[in-house]
Design a protein around this ligand. Structure first.
Ligand SMILES: [Zn+2]
Ligand SMILES: [Zn+2]
Length: 145
């Protein structure tokens, strides 16, 4: 599947790990996107960028970085940099794909942290913050993604 940032300086070719996307309502994703982050999981070796020299990143937590286009500011992805089973896994922003319509909406997380009036329909699974932290064995006082 192909995608690009708003200005086109960064484009990519990605093979999603599954034909599905997810939503995250955590505080960091809320601040980063202005609402909720919608992402498609892609493993690092199934992803090829063009214009990668325009990609800017910030290490947003101990285990992940977030990236955007340095020319137009489009949020591009969340990338797990830590070792472990999710290492080198990307969550590519759904909105950057040319044709994301054929993917199903399979999961939303941090549903108890949703912005007011942000309501997404049709997710097969909904998880609260506590359920997500338990799933990844992160202590309750641990930071978000
Ligand atoms: Zn751009
Ligand atoms: Zn999040």
């Amino acid at each position: 599947m192909k995608g690009r940032c708003m200005c086109g300086a960064v484009s990519f070719d990605a093979t999603p790990a599954e034909a599905a996307y997810h939503a995250c309502h955590c505080e960091m994703c809320r601040r980063w996107t202005g609402s909720a982050f919608l992402g498609i999981t892609v493993k690092g070796d199934r992803l090829k960028f063009e214009g990668a020299e325009h990609i800017r990143t910030i290490q947003s937590s101990e285990w992940a970085e977030r990236a955007w286009c340095g020319k137009c500011g489009t949020g591009l992805y969340y990338h797990v940099t830590a070792e472990g089973p999710y290492s080198d896994s990307y969550e590519m922003s759904l909105g950057t794909f040319d044709d994301p319509g054929k993917l199903k909406f399979d999961r939303e997380i941090y549903v108890d942290h949703k912005s007011p009036n942000v309501a997404l329909q049709g997710a097969e699974t909904s998880l609260t913050r506590a359920e997500v932290l338990a799933m990844f064995s992160i202590p309750e006082e641990g930071q978000d993604q």
